[in-house]
Write a protein that binds this ligand. Structure first.
Ligand SMILES: [Zn+2]
Length: 271
């Protein structure tokens, strides 16, 4: 599933190509994504230019002066730049065609993604307005986590994965951040000191930053018409390592389920 770093990498990859040229038309081959693609998107875009591409959580915002496309890659989606004449493959649901013989092509086999349109501020959109801060923002700190955690008995891992608390920390990144911060994933959030939560906020940011910089090496894939999108293999320190020795203390990594999600941790390092 595309996570925040993949979405950020996608944003960086498409920006140089989609900002600037005039949009000629929008081809919708399959409108029934997670929500139907609104007709307004097809009607409003021709003749416009994208002024910038933003990311909020795992949403990509393609901003014009008359409104904004809100795109989400869902479970299996990707956005690529391809020559307009290149024949669509199965599951290539939408093309936003530019006047320079290129198009932005949305591919999504499982159709859990979306492509919506708003003329209002996208940040006030129903899907975005309740989102917590970005992990990279100043607002996301140990102090912030401490205030959110106060009096709560929820497992810290579940809190970290709650997009109303902080956006974009998926299961893999939550595992890695907790390992790095030496916090047991099942520990009650309200029972963790501010100092340890500061370490956790820092670890979460570092884990995501590392993933984004690894993604940066694959940006050219976005213009390779034969290629696949630049999703990348992360360096993982704890996720998926059940039974293997901890890189710090050599104790075998354990696995448990928290909130239905696989949770990997070291019983010695993480308390
Ligand atoms: Zn260990």
């Amino acid at each position: 599933m595309p996570e925040l770093p993949e979405v950020e990498t996608t944003k960086r990859g498409i920006t140089p190509f989609v900002v600037g040229p005039v949009i000629e038309r929008v081809i919708v081959r399959q409108p029934n994504l997670r929500w139907p693609i609104p007709a307004a998107l097809q009607n409003a875009l021709p003749g416009q230019r994208f002024q910038c591409v933003q990311r909020r959580g795992k949403y990509i915002l393609l901003v014009t002066k008359v409104g904004t496309v809100i795109a989400h890659l869902g479970m299996s989606g990707n956005l690529r730049i391809v020559p307009t004449h290149k024949s669509p493959m199965k599951h290539d649901h939408v093309d936003i065609v530019f006047d320079d013989d290129r198009c932005l092509r949305f591919h999504d086999p499982r159709r859990f993604g979306c492509m919506l349109w708003t003329v209002a501020s996208p940040h006030q959109h129903e899907l975005l307005k309740y989102l917590g801060p970005e992990p990279s923002s100043i607002e996301f700190s140990g102090d912030y986590l401490y205030r959110q955690a106060k009096g709560r008995r929820v497992a810290i891992k579940n809190m970290l994965m709650n997009s109303r608390i902080v956006v974009g920390i998926g299961n893999i990144y939550a595992n890695e951040a907790l390992y790095k911060a030496k916090i047991h994933p099942n520990r009650a959030a309200g029972h963790i000191s501010k100092t340890r939560l500061e370490a956790l906020a820092l670890a979460a940011r570092e884990v995501l930053d590392d993933a984004i910089s690894q993604g940066g090496t694959t940006l050219r894939d976005f213009v390779n018409e034969a290629g696949h999108p630049g999703y990348f293999q992360l360096t993982l320190n704890v996720y998926g390592r059940e039974g293997l020795p901890c890189y710090v203390c050599r104790t075998a990594i354990k696995c448990m389920r928290i909130g239905q999600r696989s949770t990997f941790y070291c019983t010695q390092c993480q308390i």
